[in-house]
Ligand binder design. Sequence first.
Ligand SMILES: O=C(O)C(=O)C[C@]1(C(=O)O)C=C[C@@H](O)C=C1
Length: 272
Amino acid sequence: MKIAIQGIPGSFHHQVAINCFGAEVEIVGYRIFEEVAKCVAQGTCDYGVLAIENSIAGAILPNYELIDRYNLTIKDEYYLPISHNLMCLKGQQIEDLVEVRSHPMALLQCKKFFADYPQIKLVDDIDTASVAKRIHEEKIKGVGAIASKTASQIYQLDVLASDIQTVKNNFTRFIILQKPSLDLGLVKANKASIKVTVNNEKGILAELLMLMSEYGLDLSKIQSIPVIEKPWEYAFFIDTQFEDHNAFESAVSEINANFGTVKIFGKYLNRK
Ligand SMILES: O=C(O)C(=O)C[C@]1(C(=O)O)C=C[C@@H](O)C=C1
């Protein structure tokens, strides 16, 4: 079995792939999220792992768009506790650092820590672990990485500060993606991710939310994203939990009939 991730061993995506599929599967690392989406859509990999939102930094909006554009199906979700650590070549101190590099989402989660170190420039990079690897392999001085403890062990870096994210209790929600053609129906599903493109009518969003409530659908996330062909119009990505699968299906039919169009990305088990 082949699992696509963005990143390399020591990255959080790599950890999620192991936690979800076991250490024996083949994990294929890509440099950007779009390559993960593409290879799952094309069938080069069986599943893909994609971070979708973080409890401190918020949604990774471009990843919503990827699921939509590549018509991928969400098979499952996974919540990983995230602990960020500042690391560098052995012997270096925090005063020696002029630059710290990491994945943009990781930098956002640690912004507060660096407010005390204005001399350190924060720079976006591909993923957390690849910075640690580069510092190790090229013996780069003056540059730090923000990454997991696992990354510091693999790439033999000194940890200068642990748990540097703004709040200790930090989680990233990942989704497991599969090919569009695979069956959506999971009998025990109690959560679904859908995209609703609403007709542009006064009060329609309020009515949509009322309808979902009437069908007993518990809204766990609503995210507006632009409809790029129509400037200033929006579609809504909605995650909803339910006990009664039939009620979910009825609500979808009613939304399709009266509110706009619904695209179902996946029905799966709530893991929170
Ligand atoms: O760079 C990594 O290690 C990742 O797995 C990426 C990523 C992300 O995309 O949000 C995953 C979890 C953390 O929130 C920070 C970065």
